[in-house]
Write a protein that binds this ligand. Structure first.
Ligand code: G3H
Length: 541
């Protein structure tokens, strides 16, 4: 059998699709949400395809999942106007509602989201190619993010209710919304990372213009009615269409106050530059990364291999936090590669619903070609693919490849592959890693594997100044969400985590007065009367 014929069997024929994860019905979506109304779009639609094709015998055909509106700029500008009107210079019902009441609405939003699990999880599987287990995990994590955010809001309310007195001034602290937030999430975590910015933006009283990613777009439809039902008109507006046509002109209006974007640095830079008053723009950006693992002499090899495998290949390596280059000390190189190869041979490749599967079809149609080009460049310069069949591809399916030795002359040494390629660089001296870190445009995280304290301590002390998180004997990752998730250089601007995100989407605000008896009585009365939501006491709500 040819390789292609073997690989085609990865894709099941229609009659063999599992009943527990059926393909969603193909629908034409014409509705989008602006100003509290579900508008019906009568213009062109965009087709949405699945990375899981239709197979008939030896034929693979694209599987259409549905169509979504391709709004024009006029419709997108209407949505922005609706968000601005709902904010109303901070006077709108949502920004002035107060934390306690907003918290109740967001609690209802969480409940509504939880009810839609059965609609959303299969869409993550069929549109993104994410394993069923990872899709369930993404959904659960989003609910947890709600819970932690709501708990943090409550904590803040308690802290802010205590007046601060100093130097003859008494003040009540709080946070004020920044204005209109443009929320743009990525395809790899389309639900979770949309809510990672949408939720804190709403919690702090902002209004939102949300455009779902091009891949991972269908799962937003079940949420439109929920936003409409629970939030005042114009607080969340959901638009669809070509990012390239809509986003820069939206930014160019100067009427976006916060750009919340998770995706590529090149796009983020274009959007930020399009804003005519950049000093008024708050960017909250989660961008690219090329996180390295460094396996030092004396490392626990079994653990290093297990974590490096998980870090580089879980969800096809399609995570900004994935380990994208492995530096292995020469003394351990052969043993590391042998053990990695053995472990790689055991990981499951297949369809998202297969139990324990790691490697599934890739969501981005252009990704297999890009990975092939990186591989060809590395092979032409002396690297080898160490695992049999590594790097072979059919359609959206790309078999993982362990590639060594990778050198600075190769593209794979520098570029963010965002796919199942595992480059290994043997090193003799840490200077190799120093150079990599110095030259890289990215600086998100690093994983150090080792047990020798004398070697680890100075590395930790310098690396914490160069990347945002040093992981000891474990892979890089975003969670838990109570920890600050950020990066240096071109990897991030701002911090996403429960508490830090609430700060990122708000300004500090104060009501201050001279600490005299009369004014103290006024403050107390304003606070207890319920007339001011900003000054509401802790017990309110
Ligand atoms: O793609 C970037 C994600 O935020 C990474 O999250 O480390 O939990 O996979 P993760």
């Amino acid at each position: 059998m040819t390789e292609g014929a073997t690989m085609i069997e990865i894709f099941p024929e229609e009659q063999n699709l599992p009943a527990f994860c059926p393909a969603p019905p193909v629908e034409d979506q014409r509705d989008y949400l602006v100003g509290g109304q579900l508008h019906v779009w009568d213009g062109p639609l965009q087709e949405v395809f699945s990375p899981l094709p239709v197979r008939r015998g030896n034929q693979l055909r694209p599987r259409l999942l549905g169509r979504v509106p391709r709004l024009d700029l006029a419709a997108a500008l209407d949505a922005l106007a609706a968000a601005r009107a709902a904010f109303d210079e901070g006077r709108g019902p949502w920004p002035t509602l107060g934390i306690a009441a907003r918290r109740q609405v967001l609690q209802a939003l969480r409940a509504g989201l939880a009810e839609r699990r059965g609609d959303i999880v299969p869409l993550l599987v069929w549109e993104v190619g994410k394993s069923l287990a990872e899709a369930e995990g993404e959904f659960e994590r989003t609910l947890n993010y709600f819970d932690e955010t709501l708990a943090d809001l409550e904590r803040r309310r308690g802290e802010d209710a205590v007046p601060v007195t100093a130097e003859g001034i008494a003040a009540r602290r709080g946070r004020a919304p920044r204005g209109v937030v443009l929320c743009l999430g990525p395809f790899n975590y389309p639900l979770n990372e949309a809510f990672a910015t949408l939720l804190p933006a709403l919690a702090m009283g902002n209004t939102v213009l949300l455009k779902p990613p091009k891949i991972g777009v269908l799962l937003f439809r079940p949420l439109l009615g929920l936003f409409r039902e629970l939030l005042p008109p114009g607080v969340v507006n959901v638009i669809y269409g070509e990012g390239e046509e809509l986003l820069e002109p939206l930014m160019a209006t100067g009427r976006i106050d916060v750009l919340a974007f998770i995706g590529s640095g090149a796009v983020a830079e274009r959007l930020v530059r399009a804003h005519p008053r950049p000093l008024r723009l708050t960017p909250v950006l989660g961008l690219g990364a090329k996180n390295a693992a460094v396996v030092l002499p004396g490392a626990d090899l079994e653990r290093a291999v297990r974590e490096c495998l998980l870090g580089s290949l879980a969800f096809n390596g399609q995570r900004c936090t994935a380990l994208k280059i492995l530096f292995v000390h020469e003394s351990l190189r052969d043993a590391f590669l042998d053990q990695f190869l053995a472990a790689l041979g055991r990981i499951r490749q297949g369809m998202p619903w297969d139990k324990g599967v790691w490697i599934t079809p890739l969501a981005e149609p252009e990704r297999p070609g890009y990975l092939r080009a990186l591989l060809d460049d590395a092979l032409a310069q002396g690297a080898r693919i160490l695992n049999p069949g590594g790097g072979s591809a059919l359609g959206s399916f790309f078999r993982p490849a362990l590639v060594a030795p990778v050198t600075p002359a190769m593209r794979l040494f520098h570029e963010e592959q965002f796919g199942p390629l595992v480059p290994v660089v043997p090193f003799a001296d840490f200077a190799t890693i120093d150079q990599f870190l110095r030259d890289s445009d990215y600086a998100q995280q690093i994983s150090l594997f080792g047990r020798d304290e004398a070697a680890l301590a100075p590395l930790i002390d310098s690396l914490v100044n160069r990347v945002a998180r040093v992981n000891l004997n474990c892979k890089c990752q975003r969670g838990p969400d109570c920890l600050p998730f950020t990066g240096r250089k071109d990897s991030a601007v701002g911090t996403l985590a429960v508490r830090e995100a609430l700060d990122a989407f708000s300004h500090p605000a104060l009501v201050a007065m001279r600490d005299g008896r009369e004014d103290r009585a006024l403050l107390k009365s304003l606070s207890t009367s319920g007339r001011s939501t900003f000054l509401a006491p802790e017990a309110e709500g």
